[in-house]
Design a protein around this ligand. Structure first.
Ligand SMILES: [Zn+2]
Length: 284
């Protein structure tokens, strides 16, 4: 696998899955071109997506992603969120910045890097984080095209999705704490791949999780009939808020951070120990 793909974590829902990075480059000499700052919020720079006139990215990067500036609606959405997070979670925000993530870039679409080095547009990618160039990238799907059922007064998935990306930036490359892995039931199998303990998962969830056709299962990742409900044993609280949390330890961490912060009903279904750990160690 192209190594940079391992460094990129995306957010999809029917929406979320990892994207690719645009070009191969020499890590030592790599410098991001500086795109102009459109606005500063809570110490983060909001910048247009990297475009091909910088000489940095290949033409197909621009064709597939269509870099664009932030516009009023997106600026208001992200401005409100970052301002709130800075006030509520100063240590969390400080760590994100200390890890080098201080800019958010805007694109029309997500993209995937194919084995031959070319790019394919990914329409169901709401955002992604690249550890290599320390960018947080947000697409139209998240800002303008989020399905209405996910934008509710009590839970706005657009905000949760941005916090999800910030949680990846907080965690850094592949470093989800051991204690979190134990609590959420992640371990490596014989081949070295991460697997999640399936105890307490419902039949319907396992079916979706193991569906070979991701296209069939992704749209149900946030289905209200699938997430946020008790497992087979109503007394046993769950270890994940969404099907997407079962994708990998990194996605599990990012999803749980977002739901513990934004879902006021999270204690109805998520294990109290996990909630406590996230609030004590991350959301502060
Ligand atoms: Zn993610």
């Amino acid at each position: 696998m192209y190594p940079a793909q391992l460094l990129v974590i995306g957010l999809q829902m029917s929406i979320l899955l990892g994207g690719g990075v645009p070009v191969s480059f020499d890590r030592e000499t790599f410098r991001l071109p500086v795109m102009r700052v459109q606005d500063m919020v809570a110490g983060f720079a909001l910048r247009p997506g990297l475009d091909c006139s910088t000489g940095w990215a290949g033409d197909d990067w621009c064709e597939t992603t269509q870099p664009k500036p932030w516009k009023t609606y997106g600026l208001v959405l992200i401005g409100r969120l970052l301002t709130r997070l800075e006030a509520d979670l100063p240590n969390f925000v400080r760590t994100v910045k200390a890890n080098g993530f201080t800019s958010l870039y805007r694109y029309t679409h997500g993209t995937r890097r194919d084995p031959d080095g070319s790019h394919t547009r990914v329409l169901d990618l709401g955002g992604w984080v690249s550890y290599m160039d320390r960018t947080i990238n947000i697409t139209d799907l998240l800002v303008d095209r989020m399905p209405a059922q996910y934008i509710r007064p009590d839970f706005d998935l657009r905000q949760a999705a941005i916090l999800h990306e910030l949680a990846h930036a907080y965690a850094g490359a592949g470093s989800v704490p051991e204690e979190f892995l134990d609590m959420t039931g992640w371990a490596r199998d014989g081949a070295g791949s991460w697997v999640m303990d399936e105890q307490g998962m419902r039949e319907s969830e396992l079916k979706l999780k193991h569906a070979g056709e991701k296209a069939e299962s992704w749209p149900q990742l946030r289905d209200p009939g699938v997430v946020g409900l008790p497992g087979p044993d109503p007394d046993q609280k769950r270890r994940f808020p969404t099907l997407y949390s079962m994708e990998s330890p990194a996605e599990c961490f990012a999803e749980i951070v977002a739901y513990v912060y934004f879902d006021r009903d999270v204690s109805d279904y998520l294990d109290a120990r996990i909630i406590r750990w996230i609030r004590t160690n991350v959301l502060n």
